[in-house]
Design a protein around this ligand. Structure first.
Ligand SMILES: NC(=O)c1ccc[n+]([C@@H]2O[C@H](COP(=O)([O-])OP(=O)(O)OC[C@H]3O[C@@H](n4cnc5c(N)ncnc54)[C@H](OP(=O)(O)O)[C@@H]3O)[C@@H](O)[C@H]2O)c1
Length: 231
């Protein structure tokens, strides 16, 4: 039974990944900042922006798979008004949190001779984003970091999934005026719909299967074709 750690598994895309992997006979542990009582899977409260909490998270357990899905976007639309604290927290959670968890996961894999798999969740905004430049930069960092470790560690397979717009709390509640953007997003998506959390979880399921054993250092864009050329 594969032991899977899902950072950001308490809600949205991460929770869907937990459901899918649990039904695939994995031993799933989810991680988040909030208290979650009566949660369906093993749950550990940990703030990935605090390195001492992340060190504790990895100290007692060895996992076969790491899924890094934690992320925040931002509360304001105009990035030149972001405070330094806001910039720091976006980078700290989205990028540095990912690096912290990946480093400790790899260290444990090497120590225990485990051929580990990593899936880091980026975003189609890693190509640049008009409204969310700091978020986009953090997601670009995840892509570059993942390709780099995939090339360095032969016993680790590390890949990135870059979702398009997926219906979750983040898209609806944390993105300012999200409802206003939906019609034009759908219009510009060849698949003519927003993404579902299952679209991402299905890709994770595939990447963790033996069928994906020759795949490492790649980015999988799951966006219904939204980023394809328009002309
Ligand atoms: N939804 C989209 O359209 C979309 C598109 C592209 C990429 N993504 C990416 O997909 C991932 C999941 O997002 P989502 O849409 O599923 O939103 P979500 O439901 O808000 O999930 C984000 C998760 O990150 C966790 N998290 C945030 N800060 C954390 C911290 N400091 N320590 C530990 N956990 C922390 C949250 O846990 P708590 O609730 O416990 O704080 C939450 O479970 C994110 O990385 C996001 O950037 C989403």
């Amino acid at each position: 039974m594969k032991k899977v750690l899902i950072i950001g598994g308490g809600s949205g895309i991460g929770l869907e990944i937990a459901k899918t992997l649990d039904s695939n006979n994995c031993d799933v542990t989810c991680v988040g900042r909030k208290d979650r009582n009566n949660f369906d899977y093993n749950y550990v409260k940990c703030d990935v922006s605090k390195s001492e909490e992340v060190i504790k998270l990895f100290s007692d357990n060895v996992y076969d798979v790491l899924v890094y899905c934690a992320g925040i976007i931002s509360s304001e639309e105009e990035s030149h008004n972001y405070s330094e604290d806001e910039v720091n927290s976006i980078i700290d959670i989205n990028l540095k949190g990912c690096i912290r968890c990946n480093q400790l996961f790899i260290d444990k894999c090497l120590e225990n001779s485990i051929s580990g798999k990593i899936i880091n969740i980026s975003s189609i905004s890693n190509r640049g984003s008009k409204y969310f430049p700091i978020y986009a930069s953090s997601k670009a960092g995840i892509l570059t970091y993942t390709k780099s470790i995939a090339s360095r560690y032969e016993n680790i397979k590390a890949n990135v999934i870059s979702p398009g717009v997926i219906k979750t709390d983040m898209s609806y509640h944390e993105t300012p005026n999200f409802d206003d953007y939906i019609p034009s997003i759908i219009e510009n998506t060849p698949a003519k719909r927003l993404g579902n959390t299952t679209d991402i979880a299905n890709m994770v399921e595939y990447l963790l299967s033996d069928k994906a054993d020759f795949i490492t250092g790649q980015e999988f864009v799951i966006d219904g074709g939204y980023t394809l050329p328009k002309e």
